[in-house]
Design a protein around this ligand. Structure first.
Ligand SMILES: Cc1ncc(COP(=O)(O)O)c(C=O)c1O
Length: 455
């Protein structure tokens, strides 16, 4: 206890945590994590917690997974880092081959970076410069079509493409403007319609917007199937395929942000596969290293790549890079992660576990404060509302989401909410009984905070 107390005091004296109201943090009794093993994290008091959000959506196969540990150690015996500007190394080459082998068809180049935000920043800059280097009318294409409620990271470019007012509005004077259209979110349909009688009116509007601006748009940017940070909003079936069809028809690039959905999370290697969609640019990060190290990649088609080729003095070069681009340790972890996909039946396992999760979540659907339960693969959100009839939210000051995740710690589970959406995102290495335990613990915490009434 003494050691934990000292660490907490030193943390509070020196550290500024991300997405955290530090005034609350300073009053709190924060967990200090000491180690991880399998699907569990242990704090400095030796208490054991199920990692219910895969350490913020990154961990796939548990902590201290031997193959990944070994791969990093073995790379460490060679070199921890060397620059990728003007040099190469075997782990980055091998990883690029592995990534392209599992990526949607047409993607043939890998541009590395170190986190999801920069992977998206790169996607945006790449699309912009691609059009600047076209002959004729292409140069006029400077706009990006984005969705409300979108989240693509926290750097200024990715915030510009974002649409979550709570996070992004304050920065608006700093951002470039985009053509933002309403997110296709059925629970709170922006057009006040319901499915299936709406006949996907949202897709019709999206198509009309794209056709109307077809000579001005550089690219459409989308989180395929699930808008994660917005609260696990699910895209209605067919929307993504129609977005691909209309962008193709109008000659506009499609950027898919699979930072959250990639690497099996939604049940397929990439979410866009579920609608037979292959983007022009794909951003990946998070799960790529199995949740071990910060590494990201932006994949592009050969056509995009070729637009950057030229004589040196033409300066068609993509002038972008980071000190730690393609860090070899991260690449080694990612190779080991993709090798697990190759060796083991990961996707069927995700599918089996998602069925268990769906079955367990169904038990909660009658609770009077559960507005909607949204799930795709092993990515789920339970939206808590004050009133199921009107879908009215609780006042922010009630901090319902935070209270639920604080409560669930008593059951030995770590969660992190998105507002009043309780997110469940377990590692793929979870057992069926751990999935049951996770959902039942979340249900218990929701009832502990809100009472157990069903309606
Ligand atoms: C869809 C999406 N894009 C981008 C990001 C940003 O990734 P990072 O936190 O690695 O910068 C996230 C993070 O949650 C995300 O969900």
């Amino acid at each position: 206890m003494e050691r934990t107390g000292r660490l907490q005091t030193r943390d509070k004296a020196t550290i500024w945590h991300p997405f955290t109201q530090m005034a609350d943090w300073e009053k709190d009794d924060p967990l200090v994590i000491e180690r991880g093993e399998g699907n569990y994290l242990f704090d400095t008091e030796g208490r054991k917690y199920f990692d219910g959000v895969s350490s913020l959506w990154v961990n796939l196969f548990g902590h201290r997974r031997k193959e990944i540990d070994d791969a990093i150690r073995s790379q460490l015996d060679r070199v921890a880092h060397s620059t990728f500007l003007g040099l190469s190394h075997a782990p980055a080459i091998e990883l690029a081959e592995k990534l392209l082998a599992v990526a949607p068809p047409g993607l043939s180049r890998v541009f590395y970076s170190d986190n999801g935000s920069t992977a998206m920043e790169i996607a945006i800059k790449m699309a912009f410069q691609y059009w600047r280097q076209q002959e004729g009318g292409g140069r006029a294409r400077q706009e990006f079509l984005t969705l409300s409620e979108a989240y693509h990271g926290d750097t200024i470019g990715s915030v510009s493409a974002g649409g979550i007012d709570l996070f992004h509005k304050i920065f608006r004077p700093l951002l470039f403007s985009t053509r933002r259209i309403p997110a296709p979110h059925c629970y709170r349909c922006p057009y006040g319609l319901t499915r299936p009688s709406c006949d996907l009116f949202c897709a019709e509007r999206m198509e009309a917007e794209i056709r109307a601006r077809k000579d001005l748009l550089a690219a459409a940017i989308v989180e395929p199937l699930v808008q994660g940070a917005a609260g696990m909003l699910l895209m209605p079936e067919g929307y993504l395929a129609r977005l691909r069809a209309v962008t193709r028809e109008c000659g506009i690039l499609l950027i898919c942000d699979e930072v959250a959905t990639g690497f099996g999370r939604t049940g397929t290697m990439f979410a866009c596969e579920q609608e037979g969609v292959a983007p022009d640019i794909l951003a990946v990060a998070k799960g790529m290293t199995g949740g071990y190290l910060p590494l990201a990649a932006t994949l592009a088609t050969g056509e995009i790549y070729r637009a950057f080729l030229g004589r040196y003095e033409e300066f068609k070069t993509f002038f972008h890079g980071h000190s730690y681009t393609a860090n070899p340790l991260g690449c080694a972890a990612a190779i080991a992660t993709l090798s697990i996909f190759e060796r083991e039946e990961v996707l069927p396992r995700v599918s089996r576990l998602s069925e268990t999760m769906a079955r367990e979540l169904a038990e909660l659907s009658g609770h009077r404060n559960v507005g909607e339960i949204r799930r795709k693969g092993l990515m789920a959100g339970i939206e808590i509302v004050a009133d199921r009839g009107t879908r009215e939210r609780f006042p922010a000051g009630e901090k319902i989401g935070q209270r639920v995740v604080r409560k669930v710690r008593e059951r030995g589970v770590i969660l992190r909410p998105l507002g009043d959406v309780i997110v469940l995102m377990p590692p793929f290495s979870s057992s069926e009984s751990e999935i049951e335990f996770l959902v039942r613990s979340a249900a218990w915490a929701i009832e502990a905070v809100l009472g157990g009434g069903h309606s």
